[in-house]
Design a protein around this ligand. Structure first.
Ligand SMILES: [Zn+2]
Length: 74
């Protein structure tokens, strides 16, 4: 099998302690293993992966009384 670098599939992001971390998935349809941006290939199936800029998501910032900002993805 020939391994061509494929762009990882962006699945969204998580906010953890105020730090945003992008979630990616292996582009191999039969695999779909969760990968992170440091990976150059999928540890599960060996598919070479390239990462592009995550697609823009519309953000709404809602201020609540405590002064904290909560971001929601729509
Ligand atoms: Zn994979």
């Amino acid at each position: 099998m020939k391994f061509i670098r494929k762009p990882a599939e962006y699945t969204g992001y998580t906010l953890y302690h105020g730090e945003k971390s992008n979630e990616w998935r292996c582009p191999n349809k039969e695999c779909g293993f969760s990968v992170s941006e440091e990976y150059i290939c999928c540890p599960y199936c060996g598919q070479k992966i390239k990462f592009k800029e995550p697609p823009k998501v519309n953000m709404v910032t809602i201020s609540i009384k405590t002064g904290e900002n909560l971001n929601f993805k729509i």
